[in-house]
Design a protein around this ligand. Structure first.
Ligand SMILES: [Zn+2]
Length: 128
């Protein structure tokens, strides 16, 4: 996610085919289109952390599908990482009423998997 461009994602990787190991980056705009990166400016004088100038839109269907695949795999991976981080905090939460397992539904609330009226408030400062 590009901090300075909400909804924009930088998709990057390294080619591994045909002994071509150049790394590449493209920008995914909120509408799902992909754009070549014309230039990148880390910590630009105008402020922010990264300024990206986009070049041509990627219209080649094969290239676009490849970017979408990398993006989808990245989303999945980061979701798994987030879940793994949550596990120690909420994995062992048991319901005080029936002893069932509880799952987190909100930042500050967990619900029993046996009975959804069994709820428990979580401490608000559990993050990091
Ligand atoms: Zn319960």
């Amino acid at each position: 996610m590009l901090v300075d461009h909400p909804g924009h994602w930088m998709v990057s990787g390294t080619r591994t085919e045909e002994n071509d190991y150049r790394s590449w980056s493209v920008v995914r705009k909120p509408d799902g289109t992909y754009w070549q990166v014309a230039s990148m400016d880390f910590f630009p004088r105008s402020g922010g952390t990264l300024k990206v100038q986009t070049g041509d839109q990627i219209i080649d269907e094969e290239a676009r599908a490849y970017c979408e695949d990398v993006y989808a795999r990245w989303l999945k991976k980061s979701a798994e990482e987030r879940a793994a981080m949550m596990e120690p905090l909420f994995g062992n939460l048991t319901c005080e009423i029936c002893g069932g397992t509880m799952t987190k539904v909100l930042e500050t609330e967990a619900v029993c998997t046996q009975n959804e009226t069994h709820r428990r408030k979580l401490k608000e400062n559990v993050s990091s």
